[in-house]
Ligand binder design. Structure first.
Ligand SMILES: *Cc1c(COP(=O)(O)O)cnc(C)c1O
Length: 366
């Protein structure tokens, strides 16, 4: 059986270290905030190339808090891409703002930068570009647009740990960036966790207050906020895993290179990146016209696969009130029937990849 993501192999390789760190948290009783969270945030900032990081409860609350930190709420519009996980527009709606979707590009599947300007209105306050699949979107160009129209940028980097563009860390381009440590992400906790990063000290102070009851002192609350703190046990687990993340990321890239090589002569489309981008392949994706048949064939040969995502955001029932139609989003509307995600994780072997590709090519049509 080749799994889509194999968390057990990774756990076996770090088991002793992880269990010992969890034990340290329990024995120290520093369950909330404290040194385990602080250490992980500091180490994460260094590795990701950002100045400040605030641990939080998950990747969704990270986006909500980021929006609140930038004072985005009722009556505001936020531009994002409709090829993403539901959490992105969900957070926008949570603060009372309205998501405005831009279609995705044909080859990178990321936000179509050329269409952003046509969506800007007097109500637009921010852009949330998503680096979906760990594949950096055209963030440098988006920064120029944001500057021209005085808009804020929140980079949804939930799938893009250690990705870069022109050598600069993803998550360091926007005003704020958010990460998820959902167990299946490139850096995954053993539960829920997330991160909010920025380079501005004032914003950092505000974000810290927003995740922890608007506190300035233990029982003094300056702003209405909430509890979106990172769990110390998760921080301890993540801090162990962080050390291995560069190595795991390189293994993903090496696996993607072999997939690319094997698919190049096949006539099938596969995930493309900008030449200036380092893609960290949270997902490895191909396109086929007979997806059901390919998925059935892979299943028969004990290979797991997935679709990211089968329903573009403009079609989500919960967002019906936006009254959006397929003809406004032709690329994502057609791609969602064709895209197929193949197994991708650091421990996947080169011979497993050869086997997966051979099974795909037995039945797939471009
Ligand atoms: C996973 C994910 C999120 C949400 O993260 P959670 O930790 O699951 O809340 C947000 N955006 C994208 C693009 C994601 O992939």
């Amino acid at each position: 059986m080749i799994q889509f993501v194999d968390l057990d192999q990774q756990y076996q390789s770090i088991k002793t270290e992880v269990l010992s760190e969890i034990q340290k948290v329990i024995e120290s009783k520093e369950f909330i905030q404290g040194r385990f969270v602080e250490t992980f945030c500091k180490n994460f900032s260094e590795m990701q190339g950002v100045k400040y990081s605030v641990g939080c409860s998950n990747g969704t609350s990270a986006i909500t808090v980021a929006l609140r930190a930038l004072d985005i709420g009722l009556g505001d519009e936020v531009i994002t891409v409709n090829n993403s996980f539901f959490a992105t527009p969900e957070a926008i709606c949570e603060v009372g703002a309205t998501p405005v979707f831009v279609d995705c590009e044909e080859n990178t599947y990321q936000i179509n930068t050329a269409q952003i300007e046509s969506k800007i209105t007097s109500k637009t306050k921010a852009i949330i570009p998503v680096h979906l699949y760990g594949n950096p979107c055209n963030i440098e160009e988006i920064c120029k647009i944001a500057k021209k129209y005085n808009l804020k940028i929140i980079e949804d980097s939930a799938q893009a740990h250690l990705a870069t563009q022109n050598g600069k860390g993803i998550g360091s381009f926007g005003d704020i960036s958010t990460f998820s440590f959902y167990p299946g992400k490139n850096l995954g906790a053993y539960g829920d966790a997330g991160m909010i990063c920025c380079n501005d000290e004032k914003l950092y102070t505000r974000i810290k207050m927003l995740v922890d009851h608007g506190r300035t002192k233990k029982y003094e609350h300056e702003i209405l906020a909430g509890n979106f703190r990172m769990d110390a046990i998760q921080a301890a687990v993540l801090n162990v895993k962080l050390k291995y993340l560069p190595k795991w990321t390189e293994a993903r890239i090496k696996n993607a290179e072999l997939y690319d090589k094997l698919f190049t002569s096949s006539g099938l489309k596969f995930l493309q990146k900008y030449p200036s981008s380092k893609c960290v392949y949270h997902i490895y994706l191909i396109e086929v016209s007979n997806r059901d048949q390919v998925m059935k064939h892979l299943k028969e040969h004990k290979i797991s696969c997935g679709v990211h995502y089968p329903i573009p955001l403009h079609r989500q029932p919960a967002l019906n009130f936006l009254k959006l139609t397929d003809d406004q989003y032709p690329v994502s509307s057609s791609k969602c029937e064709r895209i197929l995600s193949l197994p991708m994780y650091p421990e996947l072997t080169q011979s497993e990849i050869q086997y997966i590709v051979s099974k795909v090519l037995e039945v797939a049509h471009p």
